[in-house]
Design a protein around this ligand. Structure first.
Ligand code: FAD
Ligand code: NAI
Length: 490
């Protein structure tokens, strides 16, 4: 047994060392060029965004077949499923990001990256205007494309509720997580300087989350964990006064989950003392109070010290701008695509994936965006083949060769299947080391809840991390919290 243990430890160390070496030492890449060795044009594929959809495409794409250009204001990929764990320090932000350049450098063909935002797409002339607002590096330029993939994600939806932008924090980006942490810590410190009888102290210690979707639920759960598991040790009296409230307009939270799991989560929230306000629609926010309408039509004021707003997605400006340019784009909810992820009205040169799109049956999740990216990588392999056959046709010697090539084109086109989403299920962390899972395996459905599901949740997210480096860092963060707890500093 000792020998077996030693061999497994050695094998484990060798695997870890090899994986880390591979990640740190990329191989040489095929450089970009105007033409292929046979003289045909190498087309330009521009990818907007560095999120779930775009990075999945980039990772799976044969980048030697195109001049690939990535444009994104964020020079890293963010593993959003663990973002709710970051404001309270369960997971460090650095553990869930992966630089775009590292991802690009691992592919076989050279990839150009611009840290910039696309703001205007011209589908007629196949150009995009991009601008960078980075400090000391602001520029504005036009890029030409043959194929464009729009994977710009979505922005937080406020439904026009007054005061949300001014006073609340969203939970979508790294900067949001940092802002929430700062607000939590400064609220706690300010409250600590006031007398327990001061109503201002109670306000500062009221942490409110609006939106009972998975983002709001997971963050409320993390917040309660932090207060009960860590803050309690360092500030025992004050921690008892902290109130976590989750406000949801509908009669229950987590609408995409099975009813049994919803009830399980709601019961746990009651036990954990998360104040669940169902059928309560927030109407207005000011610097200290949210005003909401309850199911009975009453108006309720809830004072808050920290307010996190998580009520779903709305299209970004660049997507809205693109919608105005194409007659077929008549939905306000997102870019309309066909079953091959082609943008309606863009004649096969623009594709859209992920949260920026709206398509019945495709939800705005990482799972969908990831599978769409994988699909497009295969699509572009076929598109390259068709482009090559078309080029050969323009150089054909006689009519019989043209006919043969035409047949091959038709055959290749028929091989491009529609995108089919394979739903594997949904997972959510609900606090106190418990999670829920609504799994789909083929036709069978499984509902799991509790501490064992939390272990499953952890292993699923570890497996989904983008790189080996991320996996190691996330596992270390969990171990650190288990043995040493979360820290209470900035
Ligand atoms: P994103 O991942 O948002 O990426 C968009 C990219 O576009 C970003 O790189 C952005 O910088 C870039 N961009 C923005 N504007 C421009 C522009 N003008 N030009 C160029 N680039 C631009 N889904 C799950 O399935 N499971 C989960 O557990 C889960 N947890 C989540 C937790 C949180 C806190 C959040 C907020 C979301 C979670 N989601 C989860 C949803 C999931 O993150 C999204 O569905 C997914 O990120 C969508 O991928 P995307 O590529 O469309 O957009
Ligand atoms: P969401 O759209 O899933 O939920 C938003 C909630 O806010 C809704 O329940 C809505 O009724 C409520 N709401 C809206 N306006 C309100 C108001 N004024 N007052 C009170 N409540 C209000 O949004 P979320 O959680 O940001 O998720 C966005 C997407 O990301 C979803 O598709 C979700 O599935 C996905 N996601 C998945 C996760 C997971 O699988 N674990 C985790 C986080 C996000």
């Amino acid at each position: 047994t000792l020998k077996a243990l030693l061999y497994s430890a050695l094998a484990g160390t060798a695997y870890v060392s090899y994986s880390l070496y591979r990640e740190a030492n990329p191989s040489t890449q095929v450089p970009q060029s105007d033409t292929f060795p046979n003289g045909s044009k190498r087309k330009t594929l521009v990818i907007l965004g560095s999120g779930w959809g775009s990075v999945s495409l980039l990772k799976n794409l044969d980048t030697t077949l195109y001049n690939v250009v990535v444009v994104s204001p964020r020079n890293y990929f963010l593993f959003t499923p663990l973002l709710p764990s970051t404001p309270v320090g369960t997971i460090e932000l650095k553990s869930i990001v992966e630089p775009v350049r590292t991802i690009a450098r691992r592919s076989h063909g050279e990839v150009h990256y611009y840290e910039a935002e696309a703001y205007d797409v011209d589908p007629e002339n196949k150009t995009i205007k991009v601008k960078s607002s980075a400090k000391n590096n602001d520029y504005d330029l036009d890029l030409k494309y043959d194929y464009l993939v729009v994977g710009v994600g979505a922005q937080p939806n406020t439904f026009g509720t007054p005061g949300v932008y001014e006073y609340s924090s969203f939970l979508k980006e790294i900067s949001d997580a940092q802002e929430i942490r700062l607000k939590i810590m400064s609220s706690i410190e300010k409250a600590a300087s006031l007398s327990p009888k001061d109503p201002e102290r109670a306000r500062l210690l009221s942490f409110v989350v609006v939106g009972g979707g998975p983002t709001g639920v997971e963050f409320a759960a993390e917040l309660r964990d932090y207060v009960d598991q860590d803050l309690r040790k360092w500030m025992p009296e004050l921690s008892k006064e902290i109130k976590v409230t989750l406000v949801e307009a509908l009669p229950n939270i987590l609408n995409m989950f099975d009813k049994y799991l919803v009830d399980y989560a709601q019961d746990l929230f009651k036990e954990e003392k998360i104040d669940l306000r169902l059928k309560t629609m927030v109407k207005k926010v000011d610097a200290t109070t949210i005003t909401a309408k309850t199911g009975d039509g009453d108006i309720e004021n809830i004072p808050y010290g920290v307010l996190v707003w998580a009520t779903g997605n709305a299209p970004r400006e660049v997507s809205k701008n693109l919608m105005t340019k194409l007659e077929e784009q008549d939905s306000r909810r997102g870019l309309l695509i066909d079953n091959k992820l082609q943008l309606l009205g863009a004649k096969g040169s623009i594709f859209a994936i992920g949260d920026c799109t709206f398509h019945p049956g495709l939800f705005p999740t990482a799972q969908v965006a990831h599978q769409e990216g994988e699909y497009l990588a295969q699509y572009f392999k076929k598109a390259y083949k068709i482009d090559q056959l078309n080029w050969k046709m323009t150089h054909a010697k006689d009519d019989s060769e043209v006919a043969r090539l035409k047949n091959q084109i038709v055959k290749t086109q028929s091989q491009i299947e529609d995108f089919k989403y394979n739903h594997k299920g949904a997972l959510a962390y609900i606090g106190s080391d418990k999670a829920i899972a609504d799994l789909a395996v083929g036709e069978a459905k499984y509902r799991l809840a509790g501490s064992f599901t939390f272990l499953f949740w952890k292993s699923a997210y570890l497996a989904m991390c983008l790189s080996f480096r991320n996996r190691v860092l996330v596992a270390m963060d969990w171990a650190k919290v288990y043995f040493l707890g979360r820290d209470s500093s900035i």
